[in-house]
Ligand binder design. Structure first.
Ligand code: MN
Length: 364
């Protein structure tokens, strides 16, 4: 099949009468459709035969998303549709999963949204979180302002060879297998996918996948469990760090990296909790402070801490997603000593924390 497409490419590059060129172009687009159908069928039969296995390797989800987005910009531009993406700053730098299959899931959802959206918007949002037994999960939300899917077709949308309408395949192309494959891939991950849609308003697909967080300074793929098992520096256990952060994913990343180094860590989920912990114990050597938190945010908490002479010299380092947009100045104004930017990079975190603690230990 690739040979046929290659030959057609060569022919199309040569000198051709307009009619011949058109015929060849039609032949080429047929060949491409057939290739897509073959690949989809191969994937589906592999999954159904239980022959597809998932990899578990650390990868950069932001990079994966960027690649997917790039592939779909031309079609979006053709449709005069704005294709946009956003990754929550609390999504870790590296996650553990099957980058190829996760890319396929993302790509199918984006391709589908772009296909059915004319002169509108397609927003791709990546988020992560923790939940009970499931542990860490990644969430992909693809929201379009396109044609929408009628309610009676919505239940069938993930079935094989089902498109919302028989005319869809003729008008928009596609094999009708993309969403079936997507659902199977999500289920293979132990995840779930659902769709909300309103005709004339648009469609939203949400896929939630259990994954792992990769925390690794060298990039050689050690998982969180193996890091936790690594020997820590016993002398550092005397140093106590208060981590103030409302987001559970970021809490986990930061505390794992610091505990692995050997520091003693306590966690507070907002500014009020942090003040209560400080009040109970005077032995903290450093505070890592998230900026945006419910109840009492990082800036306000820092102002309150700085008002109290007991904590005058206690270093406070901000963790901020908006280091570029004046947050840095606001943090310093509130009385913080410095900042690290989100998503938190393990080696940067250690470098910063070690730096402040070295300074404060020398002055003891
Ligand atoms: Mn926060």
């Amino acid at each position: 099949m690739n040979g046929i497409i290659g030959m057609l490419d060569l022919l199309l590059e040569g000198e051709l009468a307009p009619e011949q060129a058109e015929q060849l172009q039609t032949a080429q687009s047929c060949a491409y459709s057939l290739l897509t159908l073959l690949n989809d069928l191969l994937d589906l039969s592999k999954i159904e035969a239980g022959k597809m296995t998932l990899e578990k390797i650390p990868f950069d989800i932001r990079g994966t998303l960027d690649e997917c987005m790039k592939a779909h910009y031309p079609r979006a531009a053709q449709n005069r549709t704005a294709l946009r993406s956003e990754v929550s700053p609390d999504v870790p730098e590296q996650v553990v999963g099957d980058p190829l299959r996760i890319r396929q899931i993302l790509s199918n959802l984006i391709s589908n949204a772009v296909k059915f959206t004319q002169a509108g918007t397609v927003d791709v949002l990546v988020d992560s979180g923790f939940s009970g037994q499931a542990g860490f999960w990644l969430q992909f939300k693809v929201e379009d302002s396109g044609t929408g899917i009628p309610a009676d077709k919505l239940a069938l949308i993930f079935d094989k060879f089902t498109q919302a309408d028989g005319s869809v395949s003729r008008k928009y192309g596609g094999t009708g297998l993309g969403l079936a494959i997507t659902r199977k891939l999500v289920e293979m991950h132990g995840g779930e996918i659902y769709v909300k849609s309103e005709v004339g308003r648009g469609t939203t697909f949400v896929a939630k996948l259990p994954c792992d967080i990769a925390i690794d300074e060298q990039g050689d793929g050690r998982s969180i469990e193996r890091l936790a098992a690594a020997p820590a520096d016993a002398t550092l256990s005397l140093i106590r760090i208060l981590v103030v952060e409302d987001n559970q994913v970021n809490q986990k990343v930061v505390t794992t990296v610091l505990r692995k180094r050997g520091y003693s860590i306590e966690v507070a989920s907002d500014g009020t909790e942090a003040l209560a912990k400080l009040e109970k114990s005077t032995g903290f050597d450093l505070i890592l402070m998230d900026v945006q938190m419910p109840v009492l945010d990082g800036l306000e908490a820092t102002r309150l801490i700085r008002k109290d002479p007991r904590w005058k010299g206690l270093p406070i380092v901000a963790m901020t997603a908006h280091a570029m947009s004046g947050d840095m100045e606001r943090c310093l104004e509130a009385g913080m000593n410095g900042y690290i930017s989100k998503p938190v990079h393990p080696s940067q975190l250690l470098e910063t924390v070690d730096g402040y603690l070295h300074r404060s230990l020398v002055h003891r």
